[in-house]
Design a protein around this ligand. Sequence first.
Ligand code: GUN
Ligand code: ZN
Length: 433
Amino acid sequence: EGLADDAAAAPIRIITGHVVSPTRDRGRTIDLEHGGIAVQGDRILAVGPAGEVLDKYPSASVEAHGDRLVVPGFVDCHAHYSQMTMIASPGLQLLEWLKNYTFPAEGLFADRSHCAAMANFFTDQLVAHGVTSACVYATVHPESARALFRAARSKSLRIMTGKVCMDRNAPDYLLDTPEQAYEQSLELLEEWHGVDRLEYALTPRFAPTSSSRQLELLGRIAEEHPDIPIQTHLSENPSECEWVGELFPDESDYTAVYERFGLVRKRSVFGHATHVSESELDRLGAAQASLAHCPTSNLFLGSGLFRLKENRRAPGLRIGLGSDVGAGTSLSPLASLNEAYKVSRSVGEPLESFEALRLATLDGAEALGTDHAVGSLEPGKEADVVVLDPESTPVLRQRTDYAQTTEELLFAMMLLGDDRAVHSVYVAGAKVR
Ligand code: GUN
Ligand code: ZN
């Protein structure tokens, strides 16, 4: 309430540039070559042709970005902040990669100062890559989640995170128990859920590292908190899927394991889902659940090819984009879209420019259940805005000089761009970069 009062009194600022944004109406993209966004406090007041917005608020201050692209802050639906020290570790597929590289790196989070340093680094890098909202895994250590909440809060980022719950099939130093997972998750939820732009995400790592008892207790939290997000991994890799079949012989498929414990619902965000059946997709959609498409990770680990357009056909299913750093190889949503395009070509259904922008913004917000607040440049939404520079590298400049349409320009940005293309970032109305 305090925020709203301040906002009404706050000065109005106008950001001008080439404004491009998806809208709630899937068929309509805002494309204003000379556009303007009026911002007051943390909110978008108006979006339109620059002349009209400037006329409407004649006393507003102006931040002019010329030909630069002004787009919504990017949404990363799946990342591990604990994995920045082992990103780009080669040669192995998922299960061996976890054992050899990932678990040792996560063990370092037993140290509070490591948690704080990594949380600061990671949130700085989110901003540097134009990511203003993210759903992020911490580690098994409750302090790792706290450190990320604190860092995200200090930068006003819209972050969901949770302590990872895992009580088997990992080194002892990374294991909790069902009761600890329950108590620590609840405690963190009570401390942080709904504080500023933060939400607690219930975070069982994946079925192989949680006992039935642990999943049952987490299902109890889910039941008592029907609106909180849940994040986990689903059907990423063939050996993983086979293993889940052995560990849960009574369940008909991988999705059924999560269903049994009440973990499949709106705001359940399943990473990967590269090996799911029609039946699983239908059930995930019927539950209004979400998938995170993590193309750089799926290609890096050789996990499989996500069928974006085919999966979209499941009614009710929400699909966003995830970096899945550190199996993913870049925090840049532009880099993820680059790979998403190549995956889409390989499965025969090429991703188009505006669709790609939507995937990295509003689709992600829908997948995380935050599309009422972010994901597009529309009046009333929180002012998370990214300004992309088409001249950030010599090759980009050369190519974009010859772009005839906005689609062509955006496509070049996503195939050739990375964090160097992120010129400015506004988080909840504040220019932070
Ligand atoms: N499955 C379980 N844990 C992980 C993880 O940390 N990264 C990826 N890519 N898959 C997982
Ligand atoms: Zn992951």
